[in-house]
Write a protein that binds this ligand. Structure first.
Ligand SMILES: Cc1cc2nc3c(=O)[nH]c(=O)nc-3n(C[C@H](O)[C@H](O)[C@H](O)COP(=O)(O)OP(=O)(O)OC[C@H]3O[C@@H](n4cnc5c(N)ncnc54)[C@H](O)[C@@H]3O)c2cc1C
Length: 393
């Protein structure tokens, strides 16, 4: 194995795989190596995601990222090439419904919806009567306003997205290696490669950190602060026999939970009121969260949930960006040679097509060519200048 590829990507989740795909789609002769510590993806956010996509973000750039994402997801096989066994992603276009319960939240909701529709999204504002007319199984006593994504929103096959990127990248010559990156190699400030546990030093002109919740540890070892920490989310699969509404949207409720249908069941989660950083190996579910927190809130919204039982649950971790809950992308100004793809704070899966394409453009040409992602750059993090995404689920 020649140990000096052009680009080494640490982390082969959806971000690393998407980047590898785009780099070699644009530049077929480029030698790209992805180093992934666990090819089963047992702890990767990509595998533990709720796998949904929406246009309803508060930053225009995130709307544009998802607009590119949905086109790519709909045409996945055609984009990547049928001949390398690319799956369809089974996009289920049920929409997202955000509900708010105060006048001030409704004002914000109106402003954000108007920005989204100006960009071409089909975001519809619904008053409480409209919500019930559309979803008669909901109780809307406390709802001031809702916003519903009528087009281009729903959910899809997360592992299909990852395996498709991997298969297409491999077909384009990308090398995937099973190993754990333990350190950055440096020549002064310059990053010149990585060290991996089994395979040693991998020198490269460009190194990309796409290590999800573990990116912070790598940067801190290099003496650089990184305000991204692992945050635990327990996702519950619920059987509610009197509440089977297969056309239900992904409901994001102002009372503090989200839920969506999934193969005759529901999946649901909340943002825990106590939400500390956790160990990146901590995947112990918070079993009580459904009964103590989520169920009373769902029952108040959906009376059909009187009978509901937990079928199973899983834990995933967000790579939570403490500064502004937005992606952190591009060249690291203090560590030349290093690029970051991190901090997605629970909405990165849908962003992988556009982020992979954008970071590939940046690496290959020195600037974004199609969609300008520079608002999401690393500089703002180092300068403590937030670019806040308010619609974080
Ligand atoms: C519960 C939950 C629900 C979510 N729901 C949604 C949603 O509905 N829609 C959406 O768009 N997003 C959602 N997300 C977020 C989305 O899943 C992530 O933002 C996205 O998958 C991040 O991809 P990634 O490749 O950056 O990280 P990961 O998928 O975590 O991949 C990082 C990879 O790096 C590897 N790695 C780590 N350390 C090393 C090392 N030292 N050496 C080599 N490899 C290493 C890991 O093994 C892993 O495979 C959700 C996340 C969670 C946890």
């Amino acid at each position: 194995m020649p140990n000096s590829p052009d680009v080494v990507i640490a982390g082969g989740g959806v971000m690393g795989a998407s980047l590898a795909y785009w780099l070699t789609r644009f530049s077929p002769k480029l030698h790209v190596r992805v180093i992934e510590k666990d090819p089963t993806y047992a702890q990767a956010a990509t595998a533990l995601s709720v796998a949904s996509i929406r246009m309803q973000f508060s930053n225009a750039v995130n709307v544009a990222i998802s607009q590119f994402g949905i086109g790519f997801i709909r045409n996945f096989q055609a984009e990547l090439g049928h001949d390398v066994g690319i799956p369809t992603l089974g996009f289920k276009e049920n929409g997202y419904l955000f509900l708010c319960g105060t006048d001030s939240a409704a004002t914000t909701m109106r402003e954000v919806a108007s920005m989204q529709t100006a960009l071409g999204a089909d975001t519809q504002l619904l008053n409480a009567a409209d919500v019930v007319a559309r979803f008669p199984w909901m109780s809307v006593h406390d709802v001031v306003l809702g916003s519903f994504g009528n087009r281009d929103e729903g959910w899809f096959d997360n592992m299909g997205l990852l395996s498709g990127f991997r298969a297409a990248a491999r077909a384009q010559g990308v090398e995937f290696i099973h190993d754990t990156v333990t350190a950055l190699c440096r020549d002064g400030a310059h990053v010149t490669g990585v060290v991996a546990q089994q395979t040693g030093r991998h020198s490269a002109g460009t190194v990309v950190c796409a290590m999800g919740t573990r990116a912070g540890a790598l940067l801190q070892m290099a003496g650089e602060p990184w305000p991204v920490e692992p945050r635990k989310r327990t996702v519950f699969v619920i059987d509610a026999p009197d509440a089977r509404y297969p056309d239900a949207p992904l409901l994001v409720d102002h009372t503090g939970f989200y839920m969506r249908p999934e193969h005759g069941h529901w999946i649901t989660a909340t943002v825990p009121s106590h939400d500390p950083a956790v160990d990146p190996d901590d995947f112990t579910p918070n079993h009580q969260e459904f009964e103590d927190v989520i169920w009373p809130l769902i029952y108040a919204r959906v009376p059909g949930f009187a009978a509901a039982k937990v079928v199973r649950c899983w834990v995933g971790q967000y790579d939570y960006n403490l500064l502004d809950q937005n992606a952190i992308l591009g060249a690291h100004p203090s560590l030349p040679g290093l690029y970051m793809m991190n901090g997605f704070s629970g909405h990165g899966l849908q962003q992988a097509p556009a982020v992979g394409r954008g970071v590939a453009e940046l690496i290959l040409t020195g600037q974004y060519q199609t969609l300008d992602l520079s608002e999401l750059g690393v500089e703002r993090i180092l300068q403590g200048r937030p670019f806040l995404e308010r619609a974080v689920v």
